[in-house]
Design a protein around this ligand. Structure first.
Ligand SMILES: *[C@@H]1O[C@H](CO)[C@@H](O)[C@H](O)[C@H]1NC(C)=O
Ligand SMILES: *[C@@H]1O[C@H](CO)[C@@H](O)[C@H](O)[C@H]1NC(C)=O
Ligand SMILES: [Zn+2]
Length: 426
């Protein structure tokens, strides 16, 4: 069995007891749903797709790049015939990137089983490893484990609770030097982007258990790391709907969820966000209406030492800096761009992925109410970035677990580069 063979290679000490408990179908099934990549020749083609999204026939995955010609859409099986016919009528060419999304979902996280993780728990005192995507409880337990194991280095602070009452746990990793600048990292603001918390926990692992291997810079700054900004959504993406994005706010009209990365309070409610509660980019009732974003606001504003703010997302492989709300850049954009390009170089050396660098609205698409715009525009943080991790669209959000380590190495290289940049500010 291929699965057992991989397991033996990756986790050679285990007994090969992979039983695949993860293979169960979630309440929302994507059996027969397809991911299509459209080649969009014209603005009229764009408006056809916008219409399909509004009618609920398709879900937009990676959005179009500015002036780009490609768009990824997810089509449920019952909508496929009509969508195919309408694309044909409009002479829009497309490729089928994923022929059965449910199949991809079942393959994605199938390398390590619950019983393997129990073995790890007995051996290491925690269940974290980076051959599989983990549930919230494993991640939170790992933070508590580090605080207990390295009490002089690590501490856990619960900065608030999600709407559903789950703790928002930040790991602080101390600097070896007094009066150091600090860096904020977060992941998992969008529930379905599983590679983000996986990469952020990998960074945590490197900054603690492998601390000595990574040189002065990472040891000379303080780190504040929130691996799962949206714990309610993240759990729902494991137990209800793999492709859930928002938090779980009940908005009325039978629609759930606020897009937390449209809920921050700088230029809130502008381009690239929506006032309609059913939309995937619903900005919420007002800026910081959600406990998850408002907890971050309170924490970052009360920690003036924070000089960099990096949010990890997926997918597309971009390093983005403000502004997202419109096609302008901040006065010090050459600094942001210079450090962004260094991040891209470091990421290419670390994991091999190639990342494009630029301001959000100009490089990708406008998005108001994002965390990076707020960090830069309201909290006065010098270096604010949104990093879109792998991939470029072969698997999209459903990135198989064997890509966690190479992607996470890139994410860590980006964080290390940012540490060098904030130290150079002094
Ligand atoms: C997009 O196209 C416009 C008009 O042709 C051009 O001015 C702009 O620089 C392009 N933007 C990008 C990101 O290529
Ligand atoms: C495609 O075009 C044909 C011919 O114009 C039309 O009858 C049909 O309704 C169109 N299909 C869709 C799904 O719009
Ligand atoms: Zn995202």
């Amino acid at each position: 069995m291929a699965r057992a063979a991989v397991l033996w290679v990756c986790l050679g000490f285990l007994a090969g007891l992979s039983v695949g408990a993860e293979d169960q179908e979630l309440p929302v099934s994507y059996r027969g749903a397809q991911l299509l990549r459209l080649n969009l020749p014209s603005p009229s083609a764009h408006s056809l797709v916008e219409g399909l999204v509004d009618e609920g026939e398709v879900q937009l995955w990676r959005d179009r790049e500015v002036n780009g010609t490609e768009l990824d859409i997810l089509v449920k099986p019952d909508a496929l015939p009509v969508v195919q016919e309408r694309l044909k009528n409009e002479s829009i060419e497309y490729d089928v990137v994923i022929a059965d999304l449910q199949e991809a979902i079942e393959q994605e996280n199938s390398l390590v089983s619950e019983s393997d993780l129990d073995v790890l728990m007995g051996r290491n005192g925690h269940r974290m490893e980076w051959q599989s995507y983990h549930r919230l409880q494993d991640i939170h337990h790992y933070l508590d484990f580090l605080a207990q194991t390295y009490p002089n280095l690590c501490s856990v602070q619960t900065i608030g609770s999600s709407l559903g009452g789950r703790p928002l746990k930040v790991l602080r990793i101390a600097s070896d030097k007094p009066n150091s600048p600090a860096i904020w990292l977060d992941g998992g603001i969008h529930a379905r982007e599983w590679i983000s918390p996986a990469s952020v926990t990998y960074i945590i692992n490197q900054l603690t258990e492998y601390r000595e291997q990574h040189g002065d810079a990472v040891q000379s700054v303080e780190w504040y790391i929130l691996p799962v900004v949206n714990p309610d959504g993240y759990e729902h993406s494991h137990t209800g709907d793999r492709l859930w994005r928002k938090n779980r706010r009940s908005n009325g009209q039978g629609c759930l969820g606020v897009d937390l990365n449209r809920n921050f309070g700088y230029k809130w409610g502008g381009a690239g966000s929506s006032r309609r509660p059913c939309d995937e980019i619903y900005a919420g009732a007002h800026a910081f209406s959600e406990p998850e974003t408002s907890a971050i606001q309170g924490f970052v504003k009360s920690h003036q030492a924070i000089k960099a703010y990096v949010s990890y997302h997926s997918y597309g492989q971009y390093i983005l800096y403000p502004w997202g709300y419109a096609s302008y850049v901040p006065p010090d954009h050459t600094d942001l761009s210079k450090v962004g390009n260094k991040m891209a170089q470091a990421m290419a050396s670390a994991g091999g992925g190639s990342y494009r660098v630029g301001s959000s609205a100009i490089t990708l698409y406008p998005a108001s109410g994002g965390s990076d715009d707020w960090a830069k525009g309201s909290a006065g943080v010098k270096y604010a970035y949104t990093v879109e991790l792998r991939d470029r669209g072969r698997y999209g959000f459903v990135l198989p677990a064997q890509y966690i380590v190479p992607t996470a190495k890139e994410a860590f290289a980006a964080a290390r580069t940012v540490a060098e940049a904030v130290l150079a500010l002094k």
